[in-house]
Design a binder for this molecule. Structure first.
Ligand SMILES: [Zn+2]
Length: 690
């Protein structure tokens, strides 16, 4: 998915490689803990009333639930999102088991044949074990035959086109941020394995543990493919050294939050001069992306470094780096020693205790590879038009409310307000599933060829992306599959998107009172809307173009308020010395604060919002805020927490719950929060933005 999408939650936060199938356990779910049908939508039994709501609202609302629900061994965290993901996985497994039993007799190329046979091929562990690493032997042999730098570069190109691996850098086709009705070739930094460049740059115990784990993985995979102990160690050291040089040349995640920093348009001929060893004029046609005058480069300095590295590094070392890339990209789909090596690495970083069961990995894999085929089966059985209808109404209520709030803003001039309202009214809203399903035309799936199937999908995906060049932008496409428990805002389409998977309890239930639904899915909708006006999103205008529509004075006032939020979150310590990175998480924190404010105001317009009738001992306002906290209940392993601090633009759940509340007057009133309570902020210190 595109980096610029702002999602509600990072379910794949612990995926450890750019390759979607590497290392398994990417979206690790849970088998035994089936959530029971809730009798109470806000259940006091889940709360810890020994804690004052004003001291730690997250613990007050969720304390008992957390005490009673340990993180399962196959998970790195466990809470509302994971449970819902597990429930969706179980539903998908039901569908996959059914379809795969008859798919062999279905017409070749039909939906059920391809979905069922892809799953069956991945479940055929006997065939997968028997083949060991046969599938990548031709790749390793081809790399062995390389004799010069030209051969190295051609291999780097061929691996992309063949859907095998993406060595050295990332290449893709995307909308041009400043000309959003056109697709353009984009180049961006890459070439590394650890989840963030900081792992290579730092020398604290945690970073060293990750470095060692990567080194061990490299040694294991080289050993498994025939290197002796000395060679495997030597190869690992060469590959790791190259990765660490590339990591040093990468921009930080915080720097990349500024869309202007990563928008660098070059004439192809001009960029040839920046990277004399990578001649894009000749490489682009080989990448099936010829005929382009210009390209977008995310991090020009990275490419300068990568280019000089090509010149000074011996060809033999590049061959080792290329082999490592092939091993890394394929290990999770080879025989069990390869899969185990990958899991040893990923568990060192995430704390996951046992591997995700194969059937769940394969359910995730079919969702990731043929998601809009599998998704059709999912929505047919589990998504009702009534749910879509309810969402349409809710989105409208929230849109009107955000409009009212913008009109009332004290800090913004009428001029900027008019443009903000224009942007709000131009939002595209997508709910449930795509109007036009992707057909994956041409992908052939064979029941007896697991890796062949994965390559077939990867090649199709590559060809599909490059074939978009020169075509009109297709704004009907989706960036998430229907069963996904998440939502997103995409600035270049100015759209908010809600897959069917999130439209379930605790976010939403037809039988729940409005307080629960507005505090749940209502806040999600408000969150995505606010992304259109967060520190990144506000830089895109109503039609999705990266263009400044703010008066200087309004932009300055926005920044003062945003800085208050940066400082507030910088103050949260998560684990020993690790604190939340207020700048990395700013967009999400602004979206949480705005989203909760919008949802609350919209809730107050409902019948329940205007009443004072309690349910299960809680007033309507109390239930609204408790519903918000319930969405975030859960806990995570310390290793996972540490990794997310570096990589996840979302703050930890406890702070996502608590921090926005400290800025909302109605929460103080609802729970009678007073000076002296730990979360108390003086009225004049409460941040008001959207
Ligand atoms: Zn978000």
């Amino acid at each position: 998915m595109k980096l610029k999408f702002s999602s509600f939650m990072l379910m794949g936060a612990l995926s450890l490689s750019a390759n979607a199938f590497a290392y398994g356990g990417i979206k690790s779910p849970k088998p035994k803990h089936k959530a029971t049908v809730p009798k109470k939508f806000i259940d006091p039994a889940n709360m810890d009333t020994a804690i004052k709501p004003g001291d730690d609202f997250f613990d007050y609302a969720n304390g008992n639930w957390i005490k009673q629900n340990a993180i399962p061994n196959k998970e790195t965290r466990w809470g509302s999102f994971n449970i819902l993901h597990q429930e969706n996985t179980d539903k998908l497994l039901g569908l996959l088991n059914e379809v795969s039993q008859t798919s062999a007799t279905q017409p070749k190329g039909s939906l059920k044949q391809r979905v069922g046979d892809l799953y069956a091929s991945g479940m055929d562990s006997i065939a997968i074990e028997k083949r060991g690493y046969d599938a990548i032997k031709p790749d390793l042999e081809r790399i062995d035959k390389i004799t010069d730098l030209n051969g190295v570069i051609n291999e780097m190109i061929a691996e992309r086109v063949n859907g095998e691996s993406s060595p050295l850098f990332r290449f893709g086709v995307d909308q041009d941020d400043k000309n959003v009705n056109k697709y353009i070739v984009g180049l961006s930094q890459g070439g590394t394995t650890l989840p963030d460049r900081d792992y290579y740059l730092k020398n604290d115990a945690r970073s060293k543990k990750a470095q060692n784990a990567l080194n061990e993985l490299m040694v294991s995979l080289f050993t498994l493919t025939g290197s002796n102990a000395d060679d495997a160690a030597k190869n690992a050291s060469i590959a790791y050294t190259l990765e660490s040089i590339l990591a040093k040349a990468q921009l930080s995640r915080v720097a990349m939050r500024d869309p202007h920093v990563t928008y660098n348009k070059f004439l192809v001929a001009d960029f040839d001069k920046v990277t004399p060893h990578l001649n894009w004029t000749t490489l682009l046609p080989k990448l099936k992306a010829g005929g382009q005058d210009s390209i977008l480069v995310g991090q020009p300095l990275f490419f300068k470094t990568a280019d000089s590295l090509l010149a000074v590094t011996p060809v033999e070392n590049w061959k080792i780096y290329l082999k490592w890339g092939v091993l890394r990209g394929s290990s999770s789909s080879l025989s069990s020693p390869f899969v185990k090596a990958g899991f040893t690495y990923s568990s060192a970083l995430s704390g996951q205790k046992v591997q995700t069961p194969r059937n769940e990995r394969m359910s995730n894999l079919v969702d990731g590879n043929l998601g809009e085929l599998l998704g059709q089966l999912f929505v047919e059985k589990y998504f009702t038009p009534a749910a879509k209808q309810y969402m349409v109404g809710l989105v409208n209520n929230l849109k009107i409310t955000l409009g009212d709030r913008i009109k009332r803003l004290e800090w913004m001039s009428p001029e900027t307000k008019e443009r903000a309202l224009k942007k709000l009214n131009a939002f595209t809203v997508k709910i449930g599933y795509p109007d036009n399903w992707e057909k994956y035309q041409g992908i052939v799936i064979n029941r007896d060829d697991y890796i062949g199937n994965l390559r077939s999908v990867a090649v199709w995906r590559y060809n599909f992306n490059v074939s978009q060049l020169g075509k009109p932008v297709d704004k009907t496409r989706w960036g998430m599959t229907p069963p996904t428990v998440n939502a997103y805002y995409n600035p270049t389409n100015n759209e908010i998107v809600f897959p069917a998977g999130i439209l379930q309890f605790p976010f939403f239930d037809f039988k729940a009172d409005d307080a629960v639904n507005y505090g749940g899915i209502g806040a999600v909708i408000g969150h995505e809307m606010t992304h259109g006006f967060d520190d990144q999103g506000r830089q895109y205008d109503a039609d999705g173009t990266l263009r400044d529509w703010w008066t200087k004075s309004d932009a300055d006032k926005f920044k003062v308020r945003a800085d208050q939020v940066v400082n507030q979150y910088n103050g949260f310590t998560v684990l020993d010395t690790l604190h939340v990175n207020g700048k990395l998480t700013l967009g999400e924190n602004l979206a949480d604060l705005g989203g909760l404010n919008i949802a609350y105001e919209a809730f107050k317009k409902t019948k329940q919002g205007q009443s004072t009738t309690s349910i299960d001992g809680f007033t309507p306002d109390q239930r609204f805020f408790l519903s918000w906290a319930q969405v975030w209940r859960g806990s995570q392993r310390p290793e996972a927490a540490a990794q997310r601090i570096l990589t996840d633009p979302h703050s930890p759940e406890q702070y996502r719950t608590n921090a926005p509340l400290t800025n909302i007057d109605a929460w103080y009133k609802a729970f009678n929060i007073k000076p002296g309570d730990k979360m108390y902020k003086k009225p004049e210190d409460r941040t008001k933005i959207w």
